[in-house]
Design a protein around this ligand. Structure first.
Ligand code: SF4
Length: 277
């Protein structure tokens, strides 16, 4: 009788190779239409680098994120049992795809599903939360009749508190014994058809589209702002294009100014929620 057990990468490699094929089929090129996520993702400059680059390094983390995101979306919509249908929206050359739209008592409701590995529960004062909210609002603004939305965030990690970074650059965290469990938190969003914010968000999207296209068409990333502040510390250090972005390519004065502008949503949220989550 022979029995053996060994660690084996071949199944993972097969998944990653197939993911690569799927990714390349879907990969947006320089000439693909502009998508909302190009403009409201974590970094528009990075989207330009990604479109211009021929290669993408997909690894186990990419695979993990893909499986988590794609499956969660399907299962949650199914579990909610709301007969949600997926629709595409567009605005002057910008396209978007709403995760789900359901019929509510007061008209259609757009559903945006997010899968988060955040160590904290997010609220309107957090940048990542605002990014999620901006995406949902963009979809609502791009459709003429959606005034209601649901932002549903699924947390995969129990909250932890960052304590310090030691001399070997290890991050030390603490999780309280009574920390929240993993789970889903949903937010109801309302934006009336005649609210001025709708017009302002559309204008912001169109301005970003123009800058994005100008940068892509001239292959000049200096027209787009780099991330700054906390975003720079957290996101740039793990960006594949860090060296080109910070050491090779420039950032024009105009791009810098644009990067420092406060978006209409951020101005309004300060009024709505004050300074507390
Ligand atoms: S290094 Fe930072 S600013 Fe530059 S493309 Fe990457 S995420 Fe954007």
């Amino acid at each position: 009788m022979v029995f053996s057990i060994v660690r084996d990468r071949s199944f993972n490699d097969r998944l990653i190779n197939n993911l690569k094929k799927r990714y390349l089929d879907k990969k947006r090129s320089v000439t693909s239409p502009v998508h909302v996520s190009d403009l409201i993702g974590s970094c528009t400059r990075k989207q330009v680098y990604t479109r211009m680059s021929q290669e993408e390094d997909l690894d186990d983390i990419s695979l993990h994120n893909f499986v988590r995101g794609e499956l969660a979306e399907k299962i949650i919509l199914d579990l909610a049992d709301i007969n949600a249908y997926q629709i595409s929206v567009s605005l002057d050359g910008i396209t978007g795809h709403i995760d789900g739209v359901m019929d509510g008592d007061k008209g259609p409701v757009a559903i945006e599903l997010k899968d988060s590995a955040s160590f904290i529960r997010l609220g309107p004062n957090d940048d990542l939360f605002r990014q999620y909210l901006k995406q949902l609002l963009a979809y609502m603004c791009m459709s003429d009749d959606i005034e209601n939305g649901i932002l549903s965030i699924r947390y995969n990690v129990r909250p932890m508190e960052w304590l310090k970074r030691d001399s070997e650059k290890n991050d030390i965290f603490r999780r309280k014994y009574d920390a929240d469990s993993v789970g889903t938190e949903s937010w109801a969003v309302y934006l009336s058809k005649d609210d001025i914010l709708r017009k302002q968000l559309r204008e912001e999207l169109l301005e970003k589209r123009d800058r994005f296209l100008a940068s892509l068409n001239s292959k000049d990333v200096s027209l787009l702002p780099r991330l700054r502040g906390r975003d720079k510390i957290i996101k740039c250090k793990s960006c594949n294009y860090y060296n080109n972005c910070w050491n090779v390519d420039n950032e024009s004065d105009e791009a810098m100014k644009f990067g420092m502008q406060i978006s209409p949503l951020d101005k309004i949220l300060v009024d709505v929620i004050g300074n507390s989550n």
